[in-house]
Design a protein. Structure first.
Length: 254
Protein backbone atom coordinates (compact mmCIF):
# COMPACT_ATOMS: atom_id res chain seq x y z
CA UNK A 1 0.00 0.00 0.00
CA UNK A 2 2.94 2.34 0.49
CA UNK A 3 4.29 4.58 -2.25
CA UNK A 4 8.05 4.34 -2.73
CA UNK A 5 10.74 3.36 -5.20
CA UNK A 6 13.45 0.95 -4.03
CA UNK A 7 16.89 0.52 -5.49
CA UNK A 8 18.74 -2.82 -5.48
CA UNK A 9 20.05 -2.23 -1.95
CA UNK A 10 16.60 -1.54 -0.54
CA UNK A 11 17.18 2.15 0.15
CA UNK A 12 14.35 4.44 -0.73
CA UNK A 13 14.87 6.69 -3.74
CA UNK A 14 12.47 9.65 -3.98
CA UNK A 15 10.17 9.52 -7.00
CA UNK A 16 9.31 12.64 -8.94
CA UNK A 17 6.41 13.51 -6.66
CA UNK A 18 8.59 13.33 -3.53
CA UNK A 19 11.94 14.59 -4.74
CA UNK A 20 11.61 17.92 -2.91
CA UNK A 21 10.45 16.35 0.33
CA UNK A 22 12.71 16.86 3.35
CA UNK A 23 12.33 14.44 6.24
CA UNK A 24 13.50 15.01 9.81
CA UNK A 25 16.62 13.14 10.92
CA UNK A 26 16.34 9.38 10.79
CA UNK A 27 16.45 7.55 14.09
CA UNK A 28 19.92 6.26 14.99
CA UNK A 29 20.17 2.52 14.32
CA UNK A 30 21.63 1.82 17.77
CA UNK A 31 18.49 3.07 19.53
CA UNK A 32 16.02 1.50 17.08
CA UNK A 33 13.98 -1.46 18.36
CA UNK A 34 14.71 -3.36 15.12
CA UNK A 35 18.45 -3.18 15.71
CA UNK A 36 18.90 -6.75 17.08
CA UNK A 37 17.96 -8.36 13.74
CA UNK A 38 19.82 -5.82 11.58
CA UNK A 39 23.31 -6.46 12.90
CA UNK A 40 25.93 -8.86 11.39
CA UNK A 41 25.86 -12.24 13.14
CA UNK A 42 28.80 -14.10 14.59
CA UNK A 43 28.78 -17.77 13.58
CA UNK A 44 31.79 -19.72 14.84
CA UNK A 45 34.74 -17.65 13.59
CA UNK A 46 32.82 -15.96 10.81
CA UNK A 47 30.63 -12.87 10.65
CA UNK A 48 27.54 -13.08 8.44
CA UNK A 49 25.61 -10.09 7.12
CA UNK A 50 22.20 -11.56 6.35
CA UNK A 51 20.04 -8.49 6.87
CA UNK A 52 20.38 -7.31 3.27
CA UNK A 53 18.35 -10.35 2.21
CA UNK A 54 15.34 -9.68 4.44
CA UNK A 55 15.56 -5.94 5.21
CA UNK A 56 14.40 -3.00 3.09
CA UNK A 57 15.67 0.29 4.49
CA UNK A 58 14.06 3.71 4.73
CA UNK A 59 10.96 3.27 2.58
CA UNK A 60 9.29 6.65 2.12
CA UNK A 61 5.70 6.95 3.43
CA UNK A 62 3.31 9.78 2.66
CA UNK A 63 0.96 11.24 5.28
CA UNK A 64 -2.31 9.30 5.11
CA UNK A 65 -0.75 6.13 3.66
CA UNK A 66 -2.03 2.89 5.20
CA UNK A 67 0.87 0.56 5.93
CA UNK A 68 -1.34 -2.45 6.62
CA UNK A 69 -4.94 -3.21 7.61
CA UNK A 70 -6.36 -5.19 10.51
CA UNK A 71 -6.71 -8.93 9.75
CA UNK A 72 -4.32 -8.82 6.78
CA UNK A 73 -1.90 -11.78 6.76
CA UNK A 74 1.35 -10.88 8.49
CA UNK A 75 3.98 -10.40 5.80
CA UNK A 76 6.47 -8.06 7.49
CA UNK A 77 7.32 -6.15 10.63
CA UNK A 78 8.41 -2.54 10.46
CA UNK A 79 10.51 -0.02 12.35
CA UNK A 80 9.73 3.70 12.26
CA UNK A 81 12.76 5.57 10.91
CA UNK A 82 11.08 8.96 11.05
CA UNK A 83 7.54 10.30 11.31
CA UNK A 84 4.53 9.36 13.45
CA UNK A 85 2.04 6.53 12.91
CA UNK A 86 -1.45 5.84 14.24
CA UNK A 87 -2.76 2.39 15.24
CA UNK A 88 -6.53 2.01 14.99
CA UNK A 89 -9.40 -0.46 14.89
CA UNK A 90 -12.97 -0.24 13.62
CA UNK A 91 -15.44 -0.28 16.50
CA UNK A 92 -19.00 -0.53 15.20
CA UNK A 93 -18.18 1.71 12.27
CA UNK A 94 -16.26 4.22 14.39
CA UNK A 95 -12.49 4.53 14.55
CA UNK A 96 -10.90 3.64 17.87
CA UNK A 97 -7.27 4.73 18.20
CA UNK A 98 -5.29 2.08 20.09
CA UNK A 99 -1.81 3.55 19.93
CA UNK A 100 0.83 5.72 18.32
CA UNK A 101 4.34 4.88 17.17
CA UNK A 102 7.34 7.18 17.00
CA UNK A 103 10.90 6.92 15.58
CA UNK A 104 12.71 3.80 16.71
CA UNK A 105 9.52 1.88 17.58
CA UNK A 106 8.06 -1.21 15.89
CA UNK A 107 4.90 -1.84 13.91
CA UNK A 108 3.26 -5.24 13.45
CA UNK A 109 5.59 -7.22 15.71
CA UNK A 110 2.66 -8.38 17.86
CA UNK A 111 1.25 -10.15 14.79
CA UNK A 112 4.38 -12.22 14.29
CA UNK A 113 2.90 -15.43 15.65
CA UNK A 114 -0.80 -14.56 15.29
CA UNK A 115 -0.28 -14.60 11.50
CA UNK A 116 -2.48 -11.54 10.98
CA UNK A 117 -2.27 -7.88 11.96
CA UNK A 118 -4.27 -6.70 14.96
CA UNK A 119 -4.90 -3.13 13.85
CA UNK A 120 -4.65 -0.71 10.93
CA UNK A 121 -1.53 1.47 10.73
CA UNK A 122 -1.79 4.90 9.10
CA UNK A 123 0.97 7.50 8.66
CA UNK A 124 0.02 10.72 10.47
CA UNK A 125 2.95 12.57 8.89
CA UNK A 126 5.27 11.83 6.03
CA UNK A 127 8.02 9.54 7.20
CA UNK A 128 10.02 6.42 6.50
CA UNK A 129 10.08 2.85 7.72
CA UNK A 130 12.41 -0.14 7.56
CA UNK A 131 10.69 -3.37 6.51
CA UNK A 132 11.70 -6.91 7.53
CA UNK A 133 10.22 -9.78 5.52
CA UNK A 134 8.81 -12.36 7.93
CA UNK A 135 9.21 -15.38 5.62
CA UNK A 136 12.85 -14.63 4.87
CA UNK A 137 13.64 -13.77 8.50
CA UNK A 138 12.10 -17.02 9.71
CA UNK A 139 13.94 -19.05 7.09
CA UNK A 140 17.28 -17.67 8.22
CA UNK A 141 16.31 -18.06 11.88
CA UNK A 142 15.92 -21.81 11.38
CA UNK A 143 19.43 -22.03 9.95
CA UNK A 144 21.23 -19.57 12.22
CA UNK A 145 20.46 -19.93 15.96
CA UNK A 146 22.05 -16.54 16.73
CA UNK A 147 19.35 -14.88 14.65
CA UNK A 148 16.70 -16.61 16.75
CA UNK A 149 18.28 -15.08 19.86
CA UNK A 150 18.28 -11.67 18.16
CA UNK A 151 14.62 -12.05 17.28
CA UNK A 152 13.80 -13.01 20.88
CA UNK A 153 15.71 -9.93 22.09
CA UNK A 154 13.73 -7.73 19.70
CA UNK A 155 10.40 -9.13 20.89
CA UNK A 156 11.48 -8.93 24.53
CA UNK A 157 12.40 -5.25 24.26
CA UNK A 158 9.15 -4.44 22.47
CA UNK A 159 7.15 -6.36 25.07
CA UNK A 160 8.80 -4.29 27.82
CA UNK A 161 8.00 -1.08 25.93
CA UNK A 162 4.35 -2.14 25.51
CA UNK A 163 4.11 -3.05 29.19
CA UNK A 164 5.60 0.27 30.30
CA UNK A 165 3.21 2.17 28.03
CA UNK A 166 0.26 0.18 29.38
CA UNK A 167 1.36 0.70 32.98
CA UNK A 168 1.68 4.44 32.45
CA UNK A 169 -1.99 4.74 31.45
CA UNK A 170 -3.79 1.93 33.28
CA UNK A 171 -5.85 2.62 36.40
CA UNK A 172 -5.84 6.38 35.93
CA UNK A 173 -8.94 7.61 37.75
CA UNK A 174 -9.38 11.01 36.17
CA UNK A 175 -9.12 12.65 32.78
CA UNK A 176 -6.38 14.92 34.16
CA UNK A 177 -4.20 11.99 35.22
CA UNK A 178 -4.72 10.28 31.84
CA UNK A 179 -3.55 13.32 29.87
CA UNK A 180 -0.62 13.96 32.23
CA UNK A 181 0.49 10.33 31.92
CA UNK A 182 0.14 10.46 28.13
CA UNK A 183 2.31 13.57 27.79
CA UNK A 184 5.00 12.14 30.07
CA UNK A 185 4.93 8.74 28.35
CA UNK A 186 5.32 10.18 24.85
CA UNK A 187 8.15 12.54 25.81
CA UNK A 188 9.99 9.71 27.59
CA UNK A 189 9.60 7.38 24.57
CA UNK A 190 10.95 10.03 22.20
CA UNK A 191 13.76 11.29 24.46
CA UNK A 192 16.52 9.14 22.94
CA UNK A 193 15.72 10.32 19.41
CA UNK A 194 14.90 13.98 20.00
CA UNK A 195 17.33 14.53 22.86
CA UNK A 196 14.86 16.00 25.34
CA UNK A 197 12.13 14.82 27.70
CA UNK A 198 10.69 18.29 28.28
CA UNK A 199 9.16 18.99 24.87
CA UNK A 200 7.55 17.02 22.07
CA UNK A 201 5.74 17.61 18.81
CA UNK A 202 2.33 15.90 18.75
CA UNK A 203 1.32 15.80 15.08
CA UNK A 204 -1.78 13.68 15.70
CA UNK A 205 -5.16 15.40 15.87
CA UNK A 206 -6.87 16.15 19.16
CA UNK A 207 -9.63 13.78 18.01
CA UNK A 208 -7.08 10.95 17.76
CA UNK A 209 -5.61 11.68 21.20
CA UNK A 210 -9.10 11.85 22.69
CA UNK A 211 -10.03 8.52 21.07
CA UNK A 212 -6.88 6.88 22.42
CA UNK A 213 -7.44 8.17 25.96
CA UNK A 214 -11.17 7.44 25.90
CA UNK A 215 -12.08 11.11 26.40
CA UNK A 216 -14.44 13.46 24.62
CA UNK A 217 -12.81 15.96 22.28
CA UNK A 218 -14.21 18.86 24.31
CA UNK A 219 -12.83 17.41 27.54
CA UNK A 220 -9.35 17.05 26.04
CA UNK A 221 -9.34 20.66 24.78
CA UNK A 222 -10.47 21.89 28.20
CA UNK A 223 -7.66 19.94 29.89
CA UNK A 224 -4.98 21.29 27.55
CA UNK A 225 -6.21 24.82 28.33
CA UNK A 226 -6.28 24.06 32.07
CA UNK A 227 -2.73 22.62 32.05
CA UNK A 228 -1.49 25.67 30.16
CA UNK A 229 -3.27 28.12 32.48
CA UNK A 230 -1.71 26.36 35.48
CA UNK A 231 1.73 26.60 33.84
CA UNK A 232 2.18 22.84 33.66
CA UNK A 233 2.75 22.93 29.90
CA UNK A 234 3.12 25.44 27.09
CA UNK A 235 1.19 24.66 23.91
CA UNK A 236 2.31 26.16 20.60
CA UNK A 237 0.37 24.68 17.67
CA UNK A 238 1.34 20.97 17.78
CA UNK A 239 4.28 21.43 20.11
CA UNK A 240 4.04 20.73 23.84
CA UNK A 241 6.68 22.03 26.25
CA UNK A 242 6.66 20.68 29.80
CA UNK A 243 7.05 23.52 32.31
CA UNK A 244 6.43 21.64 35.56
CA UNK A 245 7.33 17.95 35.27
CA UNK A 246 6.99 17.29 39.01
CA UNK A 247 3.36 18.42 39.08
CA UNK A 248 2.57 16.42 35.94
CA UNK A 249 4.05 13.34 37.59
CA UNK A 250 1.94 13.95 40.68
CA UNK A 251 -1.17 14.27 38.54
CA UNK A 252 -0.27 11.08 36.67
CA UNK A 253 0.38 9.20 39.92
CA UNK A 254 3.88 8.29 38.70
Amino acid sequence: MVNCVLNMKGCCQPNQQNENTTLENYVACEICAMNPVCQPLKVNDSVLSLADDYLNKRIFIKAGDVLFDKSEPTSAIYAVCTGTFKLSQDLNGKEKVVGFRFPGELLGEDALFAKQYNYQVTAITEGAICEVSIDKLMSYSELVPNLQYSLMELLGKQHLFNYQTFQSLVAKHSAESLLAAFILNVTERCKAHYGTDTSINLPMSRDSIASFLGLRRETLSRLFSKFQKERLILVSAKRIEILDKDKLQQLANL
